[in-house]
Design a protein around this ligand. Structure first.
Ligand code: SAM
Ligand code: SF4
Length: 342
């Protein structure tokens, strides 16, 4: 459906859990993470109901996320349930990849259309440091398993961190990651660190800076024209590369004017923008016996009232919501990324 600023909302990111088997430094604290009790998390039937009503409102693509979605038992079954919904064209997944090898067959047989795998570095020690104990070998096994599936769209996502202690060889990291695209294993995308949750205390590196590093190594890249994928990534093609390099530069190049997405947290809260607290508690409706028309009306209102833009960095005010409030007056999100559903 079209929101108050004329944007077509057709993409919903659905978090299936706040739990994770890793503890990336910019996403989750090392300790003391109070997991949401199971009964507070939407069941698969509840998620499918929200997605079905979302599809009636124009949602066409669903991305399953978390926390780590593959730690939720039976996830492939949910993929199958969502693929059966009339109007849903694509169900995709974002994962750290460490449990992907074991689950890829089930996911594919249930109709998964694409997978994004988060790998911030190929250096085993550095990976262990960033994820607080993870194994990059496991993530790469997951990547290989996904890359071996014909026609599955596979992307690797990296959030570059400033000041990686690699004896000055930090730039080499991105050059090595880009090789995955050169070899044709996956499109590789560099995502700017956003000031959400723990990300507020980490400095990232901008897309333009990473592009400069890669152009020094691989020559001038050509900008890919036309829309690629469901999101705001801009892609370039390097000479001799089989896949593309993408940049999601939410901070340095705000793209809110074309934003098509909303988010459903694992606790059933529908969020029209990552950065604001505003949204609708669908779980209370779902569990309070609300009928489809009531849930649909609540979702429609949240979609419609999607804020004009985030306010990472400079505080711009180019839009007011239907209550006449400017974005700058809306309460900011305080939860961690794993809790919101990144
Ligand atoms: N566990 C899965 C994974 O790592 O892909 C799915 C959830 S995770 C929250 C989704 C993505 O959000 C990951 O690529 C992660 O690097 C990214 N992320 C987490 N915090 C972020 C932040 N503050 N800014 C930008 N990206 C962030
Ligand atoms: Fe887990 Fe993904 Fe957050 Fe890392 S980024 S802690 S893998 S949810």
């Amino acid at each position: 459906m079209i929101d108050q600023f004329g944007r077509n909302v057709d993409y919903m990111r659905v978090s299936v859990t706040d739990r994770c088997n890793l503890r990336c430094v910019y996403c989750m604290p090392a300790e003391g993470v109070a997991s949401v009790p199971h009964h507070q998390i939407l069941s698969f039937d509840e998620i499918a109901r929200v997605c079905r009503i979302g599809a009636e409102l124009g949602i066409r693509k669903i991305k399953l996320t978390g926390g780590e979605p593959l730690v939720r038992r039976g996830l492939p079954e949910l993929v199958g349930m969502l693929k059966e919904i009339t109007g849903i064209e694509q169900v995709t997944l974002t994962t750290n990849g460490t449990l992907l090898k074991e689950q890829i067959n089930g996911l594919i047989s249930n109709g998964l259309d694409a997978v994004n795998i988060s790998i911030d570095t190929l250096d085993p020690e550095r990976y262990r440091e960033i994820t607080r104990g993870g194994s990059v070998e496991k993530a790469l096994e997951g990547l290989d398993a996904a890359a071996a599936v014909p026609c599955l769209s596979v992307k690797v996502n990296c959030v570059p961190l400033k000041g990686m202690d690699l004896n000055g060889a930090e730039d080499e990291e991105y050059i090595r990651l880009a090789l995955l695209a050169k070899e044709g294993k996956a499109d590789v995308r560099f995502i700017e660190m956003m000031p959400i949750g723990l990300g507020k205390s980490f400095a990232g590196r901008g897309g333009d800076e990473i592009l400069g590093i890669l152009e020094k190594a691989y020559g001038k890249a050509d900008l890919c024209t036309g829309r690629i994928g469901n999101g705001p990534a801009e892609y370039v093609q390097f000479p001799g590369f089989r896949k593309r390099i993408g940049f999601i530069s939410a901070v340095s190049h705000q793209f809110c004017g074309g934003c098509n997405r909303v988010r459903l947290t694992s606790e059933g809260y529908l969020k029209p923008c990552l950065q604001y607290e505003s949204g609708t508690d669908l779980k209370t409706l779902l569990r309070g016996g609300a009928g489809d028309p009531e849930i649909r009306a609540a979702m429609e209102k949240a979609f419609y009232e999607k804020p004009a833009h985030h306010q990472f960095g400079v505080n711009r005010q180019f839009g007011k919501n239907s209550q006449g409030k400017s974005c700058a007056e809306e309460a900011l999100e305080t939860k961690e990324m794993s809790r919101i559903g990144g």
